[in-house]
Design a protein around this ligand. Structure first.
Ligand SMILES: NC(=O)c1ccc[n+]([C@@H]2O[C@H](COP(=O)([O-])OP(=O)(O)OC[C@H]3O[C@@H](n4cnc5c(N)ncnc54)[C@H](OP(=O)(O)O)[C@@H]3O)[C@@H](O)[C@H]2O)c1
Length: 174
């Protein structure tokens, strides 16, 4: 099974700007378009509980897209039981069970904790990384732990005149 991830970060490596939790408030219009184009290629999304909380007002349920919310506290998401699935499995266990259900690819959509747990388990294949030309004084770092992993840049696109970059990295198998 192929697991990919997508994120947007500031030049100084932060995925939130410290002023609010909604990522789409600070990313460019061009990144939003790119994000949705990539996300729409997946019918299985994996998201952390904190990130899902930031999406509750805007999230649109679709029958053809399975959303796994990783959380130890599904009771905090009352009313969502029929729209998403809750899991507290470790990344590899989750992937094994999804594979058994016939899924062959998934997109991890954040946040930091979940990116790091999947990276630590060496489960991320392609990493779609937008770099917005901004620097924030505070926020959530993309990388939380000492991760040693090799990726190869497979595409780079300048999305706008400000220089928002869409990078795609692919895991290098050593
Ligand atoms: N810039 C971007 O592209 C981008 C993308 C996504 C998110 N974000 C931002 O990132 C922030 C959230 O990141 P975050 O690192 O705080 O949180 P997160 O990764 O969204 O969620 C982490 C939480 O999910 C639960 N969880 C994760 N894996 C689990 C597992 N295997 N089993 C059980 N529970 C699990 C745990 O909470 P419980 O124990 O409480 O359930 C954990 O504290 C938000 O502000 C969001 O806007 C930015």
């Amino acid at each position: 099974m192929v697991i990919d991830a997508i994120t947007a970060m500031s030049i100084n490596g932060l995925i939130t700007n410290g002023e609010g939790s909604d990522v789409r408030k600070w990313t460019s219009e061009e990144d939003k378009i790119s994000y949705w184009n990539i996300r729409s290629q997946y019918n299985l999304l994996i998201v952390g509980g904190n990130t899902f909380k930031t999406m509750l007002n805007t999230f649109k349920h679709r029958d053809d897209v399975t959303v796994i919310v990783l959380t130890n506290h599904p009771e905090e998401f009352q009313g969502w039981e029929n729209k998403v699935e809750f899991s507290s499995s470790k990344p590899q266990e989750l992937v094994d069970s999804l594979e058994k259900r016939g899924f062959n690819k998934a997109l991890v959509i954040g946040g930091s904790y979940v990116y790091n747990s999947f990276l630590n388990s060496e489960l991320i294949n392609d990493f779609y990384l937008t770099i917005e030309p901004v620097v924030f004084p505070s926020g959530t770092p993309l990388f939380l732990t000492d991760i040693q992993q090799n990726f190869k840049l497979i595409s780079i696109e300048k999305l706008n005149d400000n220089g928002t970059l869409q990078l795609t990295y692919r895991k290098v198998l050593l």
